[in-house]
Design a protein around this ligand. Structure first.
Ligand SMILES: *[C@@H]1O[C@H](CO)[C@@H](O)[C@H](O)[C@H]1NC(C)=O
Ligand SMILES: *[C@@H]1O[C@H](CO)[C@@H](O)[C@H](O)[C@H]1NC(C)=O
Ligand SMILES: *[C@@H]1O[C@H](CO)[C@@H](O)[C@H](O)[C@H]1NC(C)=O
Ligand SMILES: [Ca+2]
Ligand SMILES: [Ca+2]
Length: 314
């Protein structure tokens, strides 16, 4: 990504604002400065529908100047023809992710006017495309959402190895999350975790340096309430396993402190399976999930992992 690297073509442009009446001789004159960044050398930008005009200018700078004068223009291709002439293409496109639209050509340059995409406001690998003549932008996000791709769709995957911001009661969740496939390490079926960590209230392996197969057993009970998040999509998905008993082992969705949905494991077993809640009615609302282990008896355990909002795959 070379945006914002080199300011090559500074254009000072006298702009005569003609909204004031000529009669009072009070035309406002503004000095507009436009910087162009070299986005690619030895290559030009080629995207159907982006070419505004094609002309010959004396210099690269003159080409930039033509661009500034054209209200639709956001970038230029210049191709040096000889010492005193260059082919100047005015383009209506600017943004990031242009690399796969470039064509190699000797003595050519693709330069973009500085816009609201430079520097790229889209986070987490999102691509920026300008709109409203460069004064605004839209982000195309990958696995994220929000205006600047700042919001996660994977809400809780426990991959930090800590229950950061979770509110615990009782003792069942004190040693959570669990590192690795600890049920498998105990000679039981795989927990079917995603990544390296999950929450398993029978397990006791709170770090890689704790021995595999460590267990706290069915005895501990308690709850773990997540930090708040905003519901974006139509579904809240999660992996859930352990005892199949909604009264004692469950995952709850809380809105404004009230339980609006709850789920338990499909069968009393360790492997987690994907379940989901339809959350269409709660779009835009703040929510939390609460994990509940209220049993000390046989199969009194809950496994949970990968709690995600479906928004990014809709
Ligand atoms: C632009 O003009 C040049 C001559 O200056 C010409 O060679 C080229 O084919 C033109 N390109 C397009 C896309 O019209
Ligand atoms: C830019 O566009 C967004 C919508 O995509 C809008 O909410 C925002 O107000 C716009 N900003 C400006 C400065 O026009
Ligand atoms: C944690 O939960 C308890 C019990 O519901 C509550 O009293 C307390 O305020 C909560 N703390 C935080 C930081 O949310
Ligand atoms: Ca995980
Ligand atoms: Ca328990």
């Amino acid at each position: 990504m070379s945006l914002g690297r080199v300011f090559f073509c500074f254009v000072f442009y006298h702009f005569f604002k003609t909204t004031h009446s000529v009669a009072n001789g009070n035309n406002k004159e503004k000095l507009i400065v436009r910087n162009f960044d070299i986005s690619a050398k030895g290559k030009f930008f080629s995207k159907p529908g982006s070419l505004l005009s094609n002309q010959t200018t004396k210099s690269t700078k003159e080409c930039c100047f033509k661009c500034v004068q054209n209200k639709e223009c956001l970038s230029v291709n210049t191709i040096a023809l000889d010492q005193s002439r260059c082919q100047c293409e005015l383009l209506n496109w600017a943004g990031t992710g242009f690399e796969n639209q470039l064509v190699s050509k000797t003595n050519s340059r693709f330069m973009q006017m500085q816009t609201s995409c430079s520097p790229n406001p889209c986070q987490n690998g999102g691509q920026c495309t300008v709109k409203d003549r460069g004064t605004n932008y839209t982000c195309t996000c990958v696995g994220r959402t929000g205006r600047n791709c700042e919001e996660k769709c994977v809400l809780f995957d426990f991959e930090s190895g800590r229950l950061e911001g979770w509110n615990l009661t009782g003792t069942a969740f004190n040693n959570q999350p669990t590192y690795g496939d600890n049920t498998l390490a105990r000679g039981k079926p795989s927990a079917n975790l995603k990544g390296k960590w999950f929450v398993g209230t029978f397990e006791d392996r709170p770090s890689p340096s704790h021995p595999a197969a460590g267990q706290q057993g069915n005895g501990p009970t308690g709850t773990a309430t997540s930090p708040t998040f905003v519901i974006r999509g139509t579904k809240l998905r999660f992996l859930i396993g352990g005892e199949s008993n909604i009264n004692t082992e469950r995952l709850e969705l809380l809105i404004g402190g009230s339980v609006v949905a709850k789920a338990t494991s499909t069968q009393s077993d360790h492997p987690m399976t994907m379940k989901s809640f339809d959350v269409t009615a709660y779009k835009g609302k703040e929510a939390r999930v609460r994990l509940v282990d209220m049993s000390s008896g046989s199969w009194g355990l809950l496994n949970v992992d990968q709690i995600e909002d479906s928004y990014c795959s809709e």
